[in-house]
Design a protein around this ligand. Structure first.
Ligand SMILES: [Zn+2]
Ligand SMILES: [Zn+2]
Length: 129
């Protein structure tokens, strides 16, 4: 776990909600969770706190799926799979290939890429049925 620093209790509650799931939630979902503890919290407040968490390196954006930003409390680079039908966002393991892709692009362009954010799009097991 990272240092808890001196987050406000609300920001800590927002981060806890984000870390409580592997589903890469929307800001709206996080807001609903935090409302159990702080019924009067507004979506704007949650947005503002999440923006700060992102800036401080405690959260990242996976991307926009069906019009909603999807968040991730796992901030080390990792590839994702996004289902086009049910909008599920899941982590997939692909460490070796990422290194190989960085090496390939570095060789080709003379740059020094250290990471690449890979996102796969398609249909999850359920949605293929
Ligand atoms: Zn699906
Ligand atoms: Zn993830």
């Amino acid at each position: 776990m990272k240092n808890k620093r001196n987050f406000s209790p609300k920001r800590q509650a927002i981060l806890n909600a984000l870390l409580s799931t592997k589903d890469h939630p929307t800001v709206e979902w996080v807001c609903e969770q935090v409302k159990r503890q702080y019924p009067n919290i507004s979506l704007a407040t949650v947005y503002r706190n999440i923006a700060q968490l992102k800036e401080d390196g405690y959260a990242i954006t996976v991307g926009t799926v069906d019009g909603y930003e999807r968040l991730d409390g796992t901030t080390n680079p990792h590839p994702h799979f996004i289902c086009r039908k049910c909008n599920a966002v899941v982590d997939v393991e692909l460490a070796a290939e990422e290194d190989i892709m960085c090496q390939a692009v570095n060789k080709q362009y003379g740059i020094a890429a250290e990471r690449c954010d890979i996102t796969f799009w398609g249909y999850c097991q359920n949605c293929q049925k």
